[in-house]
Design a protein around this ligand. Structure first.
Ligand code: CMC
Length: 431
C-alpha cells in the first residue's frame, strides 16, 4: 500500500518533472513551491478559496464520513453519545480525548459547576448594551472581555493555565448566553444555581422569575442536553477554523473563541434553522407544499434545512433531533409547524430533484422547531449553538497549541491590483 505513494507532476512550461510524496491522501502544498521557482519567479502555489480541498491540520477530535452519514467524537458515534452520555461528559471526552473515570467525572462536573459565576463587572458590561442588542453580539463581546479578567490566560504554554481557562469557558458560556437573552427581554439577570446540573441551571438562568427555586422539566433539560451534544464539534468548519486561525497567533483562548463566535454569527454558518422557521411559516399549510416544492425545483429558492456540503446520504444529527422533537412536544404541545415540516420532508424525499442531488434534511431542519417550542426567539438559536460548540472549539484549540507542525495562519494571495504607480500629490490631482 505504501509503494508508489508519490505524485509525479510535469511542468509543461519547462518540461521538468517533480515527484511529490503523498501522505494520508494529501500532498504538501509547500512541495509545489519548488516547481518553476527561480530568482525572478516564485514557485507554484495552490489556490483554494474557502479551503474546499485543503487540509489545514491533523486532528484526532472528530471524524466525519459524509457519504455514509457518520459523525464520531474521539471515535464514539454521535448516536450513542446522544442516547447514553451527557453534554458535560462529552465535553470531557472532546477535551481530554477519552471518557472519564468516575473520579475524573466527579472532579470535572465539580470544577465546571463552581466556575459558572462571572465577575460582577462582566454583568455591568453586559448591562451596558442597547436594549435590543443581538445576543450573539453580546456573547462574543463578553467572552472576549473575559480575557481582561483572566490576564494569566495569555500564558498558553502552561497546561494548568490552559485547563483553568477551558473550565471557565465551558462553565461561564451558559451564564453569558442566558444573560444576553434576559437583557433583550428587560428582565433581571439570574445568577447560576449550582444545585442544578449544567442544562437545568441554564434553563433556570433563562426562565426563572419570582419563584425561590426554578424547577426545570427533566425532559426539556434532557432534550436541550442532547442538542448541545449534537453541536459539540464538527471538525474544521468555519468557526473552528476561525478559532484555530486566530489561536495560531498564540493569543489567549477567550479571544480565539470570541472569533469563533463571530464566525458562527454569520447566516451561512449558524443561522439556517431560523430560515427554516421563516420558510415553514410562509408556506403556512400543507396544501401549499406542492407549489412551494415546484418553486424550489424551478430554482426560485432553496428548501432550507436540506442539503449539506459534507453529508450526502443523511445528516446523523437530523435523525437524532427528530426523536428529540417528540420528547419536547410531549411537554410543550406540538408546534403546529411540525406537520408542515414532516409533510415537506416526506414529499421532498420522494422527489427526483432531491434524490438525484442527494439532498436530505440536515441538523437545522428540525432544531428550530424545538428551540421555538422551548420559547427561544430566533436570535437565541445561534447562542445555543455556540454554547454547544464551546468544548469543540477548545478541544481544537488545545490540539493546535500542542501541534509542533502548526504555524501562524497566513495564506498566500494572488495579487490582482496595480503596481508601481507614481503618486501625484492632491494639489496636482485636483487642479
Ligand atoms: N434546496 C434546493 N436545492 C438545493 C438545496 C436546497 N436546500 N441545496 C442544494 N441544492 C441544489 C443546488 O441548487 C445544486 O443544484 P444544481 O446541481 O442543479 O445546480 C445542487 O443541489 C448542489 O448544491 P450545492 O449548492 O453545490 O451544494 P453545497 O455543498 O455547496 O451547499 C448547502 C450545501 C448546505 C450550503 C446547501 O445545501 C444549502 O444551501 N442548503 C440550505 C441551507 C441549509 O440548510 N444550511 C444548513 C447546513 S447544516 C448546518 C451546518 O452543519 O453548519
Amino acid at each position: 500500500m505504501t509503494e508508489n505513494q508519490t505524485l509525479t507532476v510535469r511542468d509543461n512550461r519547462t518540461g521538468e518533472e517533480y515527484e511529490l510524496p503523498i501522505t494520508d491522501g494529501t500532498v504538501r502544498a509547500s512541495d509545489f513551491n519548488q516547481i518553476g521557482k527561480s530568482a525572478d519567479e516564485p514557485g507554484l502555489a495552490v489556490y483554494d478559496p474557502g479551503f474546499t480541498n485543503t487540509a489545514s491540520t491533523r486532528s484526532a477530535v472528530t471524524y466525519i464520513d459524509g457519504d455514509k452519514g457518520i459523525l464520531e467524537y474521539r471515535g464514539y458515534p454521535i448516536e450513542q453519545l446522544a442516547e447514553k452520555s451527557t453534554f458535560l461528559e462529552v465535553a470531557y471526552l472532546l477535551i481530554h480525548g477519552e471518557l472519564p473515570t468516575k473520579e475524573q467525572h466527579e472532579r470535572w462536573v465539580h470544577e465546571i459547576t463552581f466556575h459558572t459565576f462571572v465577575h460582577e463587572n462582566v454583568k455591568s458590561l453586559m448591562q451596558g448594551f442597547r436594549y435590543d442588542a443581538h445576543p450573539m453580539g453580546m456573547l462574543l463581546s463578553s467572552v472576549g472581555a473575559l480575557s481582561t479578567f483572566y490576564p494569566e490566560a495569555r500564558n498558553i504554554s502552561d497546561p494548568d493555565v490552559r485547563h483553568e481557562q477551558v473550565v471557565r469557558m465551558i462553565a461561564k458560556m451558559p451564564t453569558l448566553g442566558a444573560w444576553s437573552f434576559r437583557h433583550a427581554q428587560g428582565k433581571p439577570y439570574v445568577y447560576p444555581d449550582n444545585d442544578l446540573n449544567y442544562t437545568e441551571n441554564f434553563l433556570s438562568m433563562l426562565f426563572k422569575m419570582s419563584e425561590p427555586k426554578y424547577d426545570p422539566d427533566p425532559r426539556l433539560a434532557k432534550a436541550l442536553d442532547v442538542l448541545l451534544i449534537l453541536h459539540a464539534d464538527h471538525e474544521q468548519n468555519c468557526s473552528t477554523n476561525a478559532v484555530r486561525s486566530v489561536g495560531s497567533s498564540q493569543v489567549d483562548p477567550y479571544s480565539a473563541v470570541s472569533a469563533g463566535i463571530a464566525a458562527l454569527y454569520g447566516p451561512l454558518h449558524g443561522g439556517a434553522n431560523e430560515a427554516v422557521l421563516k420558510m415553514l411559516r410562509r408556506i403556512g399549510s400543507k396544501d401549499k407544499i406542492p407549489a412551494f416544492i415546484e418553486g424550489v425545483k424551478n430554482g426560485d429558492e432553496k428548501l432550507m434545512g436540506f442539503g449539506h456540503r459534507v453529508y450526502k446520504n443523511f445528516d446523523p444529527r437530523a435523525t437524532i433531533i427528530k426523536k428529540a422533537c417528540d420528547d419536547v412536544f410531549e411537554v410543550t404541545g406540538v408546534n403546529p409547524l411540525l406537520e408542515i415540516a414532516q409533510e415537506l420532508e416526506r414529499i421532498a424525499l420522494e422527489d427526483d430533484y432531491f434524490i438525484k442531488r442527494k439532498l436530505y434534511p440536515n441538523v437545522d431542519f428540525y432544531s428550530g422547531l424545538i428551540y421555538e417550542a422551548l420559547q427561544f426567539p430566533p436570535e437565541m438559536f445561534t447562542v445555543l449553538f455556540a454554547i454547544g460548540r464551546t468544548p469543540g472549539w477548545l478541544a481544537q484549540w488545545l490540539e493546535l497549541v500542542d501541534d509542533k507542525e502548526q504555524k501562524i495562519a497566513r495564506p498566500k494571495q494572488i495579487y490582482t491590483g496595480d503596481r508601481q504607480l507614481d503618486f501625484v500629490p492632491a494639489e496636482e490631482r485636483w487642479k
